[in-house]
Each structure stands twice: as structure tokens, then as C-alpha cells.
Write a protein that binds this ligand. Structure first.
Ligand code: RRO
Length: 402
């Protein structure tokens, strides 16, 4: 495989990458969405982002009836992340539709409505209320970690997860994609994913927060009023990438929203390479409210730097087999050496190690990382590795069948 850096760092900023992505019947011009629970319905973020220029807004999970949520404190800092224990606080779906969905529609924002419920019937009724409303997608949150009864975490049981998805699909507006949001707190996420897809889910959102807790060593009591809470932020990113990877490997045709600790365009790229068709950004918004716009721009740049002109070329690309290259050999001085060279060339191929093979790539990495460092206090999310996109013609594209 030929390894070339097709664009300079400056070119990468200006190259036109088609960022269009397909999530069932929903086609959007950008793959970066806000994650549920981290941006309400987008009103506050509108001062920092053009919400019509990113993929869209996933609203805070809403239930049929108003709900007060869990006792305070509801948030706690953790290493590379945070814990929340909000407990599905919300005004109920009628107020939400009148106030929030109307606002999103007026602004022209792509609205993904996250619904939750305590019973299957609650979910079905909430989904039914969305008929005729200007929404682009329903995200079924079956994985909230902060319900009183752990038995109500439908995503921890394949048949319970399937029952909710089936009920929502039946009462939801026809033609609107239904994505199920899964919990990482299971032994086999692929089994849950398959059950949801068999029950009618168009796609999957991977992942919700994972259950954690913090104890205050001064008071010697749990920090959160609700005792346990959902852990989010960069601390869970490898867990989320692993879930996306496993589900894409098992269900390559099913569109996936990747979510969990994304702070930079490189982080987002990791999810896309694992098999996500789009990403959601959440916790980063609390210290950088303009993060959705920044991450969208950075993702475009890092795709351009890899010689890609369409986002879809990168979806699931991490699953291709390792590249093999024939090493460049000097011209042989005579017939005998030529024979040796031919023998060497047909010997076992050498696995390519990009970081050591292309000096130009190292320069690019350093320059890009410096810039990402300046923009994100905690620094960039990974290494930048250029390669020849044309060499991947034989690899199945990330195009999704709607
Ligand atoms: O409201 C919450 O406490 C909450 C929800 Br609905 C969720 O899905 N995930 C989370 O971490 N917190």
C-alpha cells in the first residue's frame, strides 16, 4: 500500500469534505449532534452554535408526565469525567411539545426527541404524542441509570428492551426513524442491540452513561443525593468506542449514533472508524458550549487530512484488515542480487507502521496537536495518521441502506 499525505495542513482546513450522513430515512448534512441531557432543547446553546449548521439537537429525555427528579446534589466531578443523578427531571411531554419542539421548529433545527418511561405503556403513549409533530427522529432512552428501580432499566434485559422498542415503533409517527439508546452496563451489548433491531429499531445510540458513585472522604457519605449516578466524559470513551465497534461488527447495516466522551474532531473520528454514522457530544458542552461547532469543523479537517472527500468513506473503516506493504528495495547491482530481491519481495509482507514510516505525517501530527492543544485545554484526543484513501477501494463503503 502506498502511504502518502495527500493534503497539507492548510489544505485540510479548506478542502471540501461532504459530511452528509444517513440515519435510516434521515439524511443530514453534518454528523455532529448534541447529546441528550447536556443541552436541554438547545435554547442556551444557540448563543454559541448555529444549530442549523450541525447535525441537530437530541433533546433531554422527556416522559409522559412531569417529574421532579432526584434529590440534590445531582452532579459530581470525577477524574476525566462527571457523575450525574438528575433522575429524568422534566415538564412532561405536553409542555415540552408546546414550548421546546415549537422553538426547534421555528429555528429550523433538526430535532431528535428522546423519550423515556417507567412502563412500556408510558413509552407508547409518549411516542403517540409525537405524531404529526415536526421531529426528525425518536431516540428511545431505555438506559437511564438514575431510575429508582434498577429493574426499570429496560436496556439491561433483551426481551424488555425489545418490548419497549416494539411498542414505540407501533405508536410512533410512521416514517420517523426510531433509535434505541443502550446502556454499557451489560454483559453482551450485541445481544441487546440485536433484540432492539429485531423489534423494529432503525438504529442504535451507543452509549448512555455507566453507573458509578463517589464517596466524600470528609463527610464519609456518598456525594450524590441519589447515591449512584451516570458517569460520562472522556473517562468512558474507550468503553463507548468498544461498544460501537462490537455492534457494528455484528450489525454492519444498522446505523449507529456514537456517544461518550467526545471532546475533539479526532475523538469523533474514532467513533466513525469504529462504525458510527454520526456522533453526539455531551459532557464537553459544560466547559465549552461551542464544542458541537468546533468538533464538526475539526472532524472535517481530520478527514481532509486523510485524503477523504466524504465522511461516509470513514464509517467503519477501522474494521478493515491491517494493511500490508512490500518494502522499497534499492536497485540490485547484478543478476544474482536481482534474484535475491525477487525472492525477498515475494516473502512474507511487512505490516505498515504509519507513525515511523512517514516523516511528513509526524510533522503534521505535531502541528495539528499543537493547535488542538490551544483550543482544548486538555489537549487533542489522539494521533493523526495519514494514508492513501484510494488504496481502500476494495473495502466496503460505510454507505447505509435506509
Ligand atoms: O436524567 C438523568 O438522570 C439521566 C438520564 Br434520563 C440518562 O439517560 N442518563 C443519565 O446519565 N442521566
Amino acid at each position: 500500500m502506498t502511504v502518502t499525505l495527500r493534503h497539507s495542513r492548510d489544505d485540510a482546513k479548506h478542502v471540501n469534505v461532504d459530511m452528509t450522513t444517513t440515519l435510516g430515512s434521515l439524511v443530514v448534512p453534518d454528523p455532529v449532534f448534541t447529546a441528550s441531557g447536556c443541552a436541554a432543547s438547545g435554547q442556551e446553546l444557540a448563543a454559541f452554535n448555529d444549530l442549523t449548521a450541525i447535525g441537530g439537537v437530541v433533546t433531554k429525555s422527556i416522559q409522559l408526565n412531569p417529574r421532579a427528579g432526584r434529590p440534590t446534589p445531582r452532579m459530581a466531578e470525577t477524574p476525566s469525567g462527571m457523575l450525574n443523578s438528575i433522575g429524568l427531571q422534566g415538564p412532561g411531554i405536553d409542555v415540552f411539545l408546546k414550548r421546546d419542539v415549537t422553538w426547534l421548529d421555528e429555528q429550523g433545527v433538526t430535532a431528535v426527541v428522546s423519550i423515556a418511561g417507567g412502563t412500556i405503556d408510558d413509552y407508547a403513549k409518549a411516542a403517540g404524542k409525537l405524531r404529526g409533530k415536526p421531529i426528525a427522529m425518536i431516540e428511545v432512552n431505555i438506559s437511564c441509570p438514575n431510575v429508582e428501580d434498577r429493574g426499570q432499566v429496560f436496556a439491561c434485559n433483551a426481551s424488555a428492551a425489545a418490548a419497549v422498542v416494539q411498542a414505540v415503533r407501533r405508536s410512533a409517527p410512521g416514517g420517523v426513524p426510531v433509535f434505541a439508546k443502550l446502556s454499557p452496563d451489560v454483559t453482551d451489548i450485541v445481544a441487546i442491540a440485536k433484540a432492539c433491531v429485531d423489534a423494529g429499531a432503525t438504529g442504535l445510540t451507543l452509549i448512555n452513561t455507566t453507573l458509578g458513585m463517589v464517596i466524600d472522604t470528609k463527610t464519609m457519605r456518598p456525594v450524590l443525593g441519589g447515591v449512584t449516578g451516570g458517569l460520562s466524559g472522556p473517562a468512558i470513551r474507550p468503553l463507548a468506542v468498544r461498544c460501537v465497534w462490537q455492534v457494528h461488527e455484528a450489525l454492519p447495516e444498522v446505523p449507529i449514533f456514537g456517544v461518550g466522551g467526545i471532546r475533539t474532531g479526532l475523538d469523533a473520528l474514532e467513533f466513525i472508524l469504529a462504525g458510527a454514522s454520526a456522533v453526539q457530544v455531551g459532557t464537553v458542552i459544560f466547559n465549552d458550549p461551542g464544542a458541537p461547532t468546533r468538533i464538526s469543523r475539526e472532524l472535517r479537517e481530520v478527514l481532509a487530512a486523510r485524503g477523504m472527500d466524504r465522511l461516509e468513506q470513514a464509517i467503519g473503516l477501522g474494521h478493515r484488515p491491517p494493511e500490508e506493504i512490500i518494502p522499497e528495495l534499492p536497485d540490485p547491482p547484478g543478476d544474482e542480487l536481482e534474484a535475491i530481491e525477487i525472492a525477498e519481495r515475494s516473502a512474507a509482507p511487512v505490516t505498515f507502521e504509519p507513525a515511523t514510516a512517514v516523516d511528513e505525517a509526524d510533522e503534521y501530527d505535531e502541528a495539528y496537536d499543537d493547535e488542538a492543544d490551544a483550543e482544548v485545554a486538555a489537549g487533542p484526543g489522539g494521533d493523526d495518521v495519514p494514508f492513501d484513501i484510494e488504496a481502500l477501494d476494495d473495502f466496503p463503503s460505510g454507505d447505509q441502506d435506509a
